[in-house]
Design a protein around this ligand. Structure first.
Ligand SMILES: *[C@@H]1O[C@H](CO)[C@@H](O)[C@H](O)[C@H]1NC(C)=O
Ligand SMILES: *[C@@H]1O[C@H](CO)[C@@H](O)[C@H](O)[C@H]1NC(C)=O
Ligand SMILES: *[C@@H]1O[C@H](CO)[C@@H](O)[C@H](O)[C@H]1NC(C)=O
Ligand SMILES: *[C@@H]1O[C@H](CO)[C@@H](O)[C@H](O)[C@H]1NC(C)=O
Length: 179
């Protein structure tokens, strides 16, 4: 038992400087080999939702994402001209291409952020994800509602680590739709 816990902490020391709230799959050996820092926690600063300029019924989203361990800091936003991805067309990319988010008020409500782990390698890629639920303070400016997170920054933990699905075959989708 004691020997096992030493082994576990040694493995953790190689992979990350902080405790992780997810299990690193055994097929993610590349991380240890490349000695990269795994995403452990993140900060969401100035989370804001506001009516989109061109489509007032659409809620635009803005926040600043940072990961103190991997040193990524990037603006994340979505509006009427943003192009979502994923099977449910609800994933929006941030300024840094290794970071993306989903914000929804139904289903898995809240802000889910994902960060690609050890980017740049070949082979199967993984991403860490975590959910926070910003507590919003909303002001009604002539029926157009802008909301700010009461707390900023909000700290979240990455608690899931999953393989990134291969990019959707766009051509096939088009054919399916027209046929
Ligand atoms: C991993 O990187 C850290 C910081 O750059 C360095 O101190 C450490 O020796 C490296 N470990 C291995 C096994 O390469
Ligand atoms: C957050 O908003 C405050 C007030 O507008 C601003 O001073 C600060 O620079 C912003 N921080 C980030 C990281 O966007
Ligand atoms: C505006 O956004 C709403 C909600 O997403 C959508 O249902 C509607 O079709 C959009 N209108 C236009 C003109 O794009
Ligand atoms: C809309 O969001 C995109 C990112 O999806 C960003 O590049 C663009 O600057 C935003 N436009 C406005 C008007 O905020």
């Amino acid at each position: 038992m004691y020997a096992l816990s030493i082994l576990v902490s040694l493995a953790a020391a190689v992979l990350a400087s902080k405790p992780l709230y997810y299990t690193v799959p055994s097929n993610f050996k590349a991380a240890a080999a490349r000695n990269c820092t795994l995403p452990a926690e993140f900060l969401v600063t100035n989370f804001t939702t506001y009516p989109d300029e061109t489509n007032k019924t659409l809620s635009a989203v803005y926040f600043y994402f940072s990961d103190p361990d991997t040193k990524i800091g990037t603006v994340c936003q979505r509006n009427a001209s943003s192009i979502p991805s994923g099977p449910s067309k609800n994933i929006y990319g941030c300024g840094n291409a290794n970071v993306a988010f989903i914000y929804q008020t139904t289903g898995v409500a809240g802000l889910t952020v994902t960060e690609r782990a050890c980017p740049g390698g070949s082979g199967l890629q993984f991403e860490a994800s975590g959910l926070i639920t910003p507590d919003l303070d909303c002001t009604d400016i002539s029926t157009r509602t802008t909301c700010h997170s009461k707390k900023t920054p909000i700290q979240g933990d990455f608690d899931s680590f999953q393989p990134i699905p291969p990019a959707a075959p766009l051509q096939k989708h088009r054919l399916t739709r027209s046929g």
